[in-house]
Design a protein. Sequence first.
Length: 361
Amino acid sequence: MTARATVRGVPMRVLGIESSCDETSAAVVSGAGNAVHLESLVILSQDVHRIFGGVVPEIASRAHLTAVVPVTRRALADAGLSASGVGIDAIAVTHAPGLVGALLVGVAYAKALGATLQVPVLGTHHMEGHLFATSLDHADAVPPFTALLVSGGHTMLLDVAAWGDYRLLGSTRDDAAGEAFDKVAKLLGLPYPGGRPIELAARDGDPARHRFAPPMLHGGQKPGDDDYYDLSFSGLKTAVLRAVRAADAAGMLDAERPHLARGFQDALVTTLAEKTARAARAFGRKRVVLGGGVACNGALQEGVRRAVSPMGGVVFAPSPKLATDNAAMIARAGLWRLEQGERSDASLNAYASRPIPGLRA
């Protein structure tokens, strides 16, 4: 990434491309500063992975190859632009983190299209995109705020003092929250991905039936402790596994399924909500922004609201289309980077793992 003279305050139109996992997405946003408008968003999900109970990288990469051009053309058309892309000021593309083969499809296409249109290309971080996503739904979801990013691959708690200035407070030491949902759903015989099926099953569950201990949360924790903000879900998953085996051995798994789902969800939400509230209190933040696929979970949204409301906190959550992996958030983050004068050069590549730019411990 290179930096040039800034172009703040000048309205621009950015095409976003996202291909980090199993959604091929393209979007167009326009505007300047925090006044940004979503002109179009197309997301094509690869449902084939449901057969395998998880994403198969090679299949995902091949599907992106087939879909990236028509998806992009559709997004351009929905924004009132020609299929050639004339009228675009820049292209933002996810280059990290994610499945390298899948990312390479988007990166290669963005570089080729950028060269054709003679517009700059910006390699954009997927998780920074999630930080920006909610602002496309809620104009007030802008810094400073406390951010909880919860997805299938990441769970991160951050203090966002300003765009580009991120302090990592805590993260998961093992499974991400979304991954825990998927694994517990499999234990319960529910479909993949597991977030929505568990949420639906939990609605009929008795919260007193299975009280799993909220993971990595106890009264003795204090600021400065290694586990004050960090998260862990492997122990909770093991506790659910044992309860499932006991219910199955007693021939009661079908009857206990909603109660097990409720117990798991309550424990996970309690931990996430309390850790988020700790961060908001510590940094004096009144705004809390949720991001990532798990941010759609209604119980999580309500749990965080209850936790931060005593301090006057307001919670902003993205709509389902902006919570999932999508190109609108990439275009939005890319637009901000473009305004700072940043550009990627021809060496832009894909990376399975890379820290969010501007992240500090």
